[in-house]
Design a protein around this ligand. Sequence first.
Ligand code: SAM
Length: 378
Amino acid sequence: MPERVIPVVDLRHPHLPLPNVADLPSGAALPHDRLGRPLHDLRISVTDRCNFRCSYCMPKDVYDRDHAFLPQSSLLRFEEITRVAQLFVQRGVRKIRLTGGEPLMRKHLEVLVAQLAALRTPDGQALDLTLTTNGSLLARKAQALRDAGLQRVTVSLDGLDDAVFRRMNDVDFPVRDVLDGIEAAQRAGLGPIKVNMVVQRGVNDHEIVPMARHFRGSGITLRFIEFMDVGETNGWRMDQVLPSQAVIERLQAEWPLCALEPSAPGETAQRWGYVGANGQHDPSLGEVGVISSVTQAFCGDCNRARLSTEGRLYLCLFARQGHDLRSLLRDPSVSDSRLEAVIDAIWRGRDDRYSQLRGRIEADTGSGRRVEMSYIGG
Ligand code: SAM
């Protein structure tokens, strides 16, 4: 038997150098990157572990019992996450999303949520604080998260057909428990709730219309995500991508839809509203969204930074390397002002636009493999 080579990203590969900068002068203007994009969103991965083994994200043959997840000592502590988040807020961040791995697997997550909910922008505003989860632990945790100050959640659900969903999560997890989690989140007031469905042609695309029918008029926004070539382990193939355009056509064959304006600059989803009897968008029927990161790159207004579980700052979901902020956070000689200057300088130097260049840049890979979504945070 030939030896099997499993292409897992090597997290020990060298990280990007940190800029050598002086403390940030007070009143410094907020940074824009080299393509003129502001820093607005911070996604924080709180764990690289997940209880699902979705084949498009953490395939079982790679993330098996021999897989070395990060040791506890590598993870940023809650105080470290809160400190660095506050400094990002000073540099322009207004929205924080907790993710992973499965963020609800991080013990006492509500303690971190309470710390982040207490952060304020320089003009005294609370942040938009949200979380992405597979929903498996949500029924148990929704109320505690709400009490801690979480505002809303996005739940991933790839279909309503139990057999299809169990096969996709590959741990035999039932749809019913995720729906219970969504209902618990609704009761706890964690809204508006979004549901994300990754669409893989030939795997779950027949679930598009049943999912839309289920969530239409429920107050929950369903969003369809194109299967992405993120990481190196999911065996991505273009022929498994169902373009968002086709998703919208299938929905329009059932219900009239109208295009809606983006609700915020840099929004990942294109919005479509259900049309009511008067020929206009009927807000009581709600809306759907499509996230077309493969067929219609939206790098142009990407304002997201990503902090990995062990404190590396990545500037793109498809990045190969990140900047090691943890070493600075754990160095007692590094002041907040210095850290702020580092974040500022890193953002100013950013020119990532992988999705726009997709295909053209494969030959010019730089060093290292693309990081996995479970590590960097989805
Ligand atoms: N465990 C949480 C969850 O399931 O939502 C948070 C992390 S997960 C990596 C975040 C989101 O990324 C999920 O909605 C997941 O479906 C999506 N995702 C993962 N791999 C993907 C891929 N290759 N293409 C598109 N979406 C993907």
